[in-house]
Structures are given as C-alpha cells and as structure tokens.
Design a protein. Structure first.
Length: 115
C-alpha cells in the first residue's frame, strides 16, 4: 500500500497550491479519502474528506470556501486545491485513506505560506 503526496512548497500569502495524493496497493474507489495537516508544535488535524464516489465532502471551518477536495477514481488520485492561502495554513499535509479498520497514511508534503 502506498499513498504518495506531491505538490507542496513555498507560496506567498494569498497564493494557491494544488496537492495530489497518488494511491496504490488497495481498492482506492472503495475508500473514504481525507487530508490532514500538522503544524509545528500542534496536533494533527482533519482538513477535509471526500466519500468513496466523491458525492459528499466535508471541510474544517478554517478552510471552508478556500480549499476544495476532489478525487479521480480512474487515476487513483485525490487532490486538494488550496486558494487564498494564509500563514496559518503552514503545515505538513498528509493524505489518509480509510475503510472500516483499514487506515493508510502518506508520508506528508510540506506547505509553507510566507512572504
């Protein structure tokens, strides 16, 4: 099983980034997919999630209206479009796959929002 995040980097406040998470080794289309983040000195927190068929999403209040999660089950990939980025969005972003007791994590990708 692998979840490989990409797309992180350094961006100025107000800028945008698109994260990708490529999955392999499990039946991607059957899993609920989420993005979490962990800032230095803070606990990991849920940012957003999307159901297996992509019909329903949820967002943390701190990112509503700025971030959009989507998935392409044909490509076994989940995306996180991040707009209007703020310094407080700085964190390592992790991809998560969950189905019952089966839970998988990616290695994370760093997002830094700074001028």
């Amino acid at each position: 099983v692998q979840l490989v995040e990409s797309g992180g980097g350094l961006v100025q406040p107000g800028g945008s980034l698109r994260l990708s998470c490529a999955a392999s080794g499990f039946t991607f289309r059957s899993y609920y997919m989420s993005w979490y983040r962990q800032a230095p000195g803070k606990e990991r927190e849920l940012v957003t999630g999307i159901t297996s068929a992509g019909g329903s999403t949820n967002y943390a209040d701190s990112v509503k209206g700025r971030f959009t999660i989507s998935r392409d089950n044909a490509k076994n990939t989940v995306y996180l479009q991040m707009n209007s980025l703020k310094p407080e969005d700085t964190a390592v972003y992790y991809c998560n796959a969950a189905r019952g007791s089966y839970i998988y994590w990616g290695q994370g990708t760093q997002v830094t929002v700074s001028s």
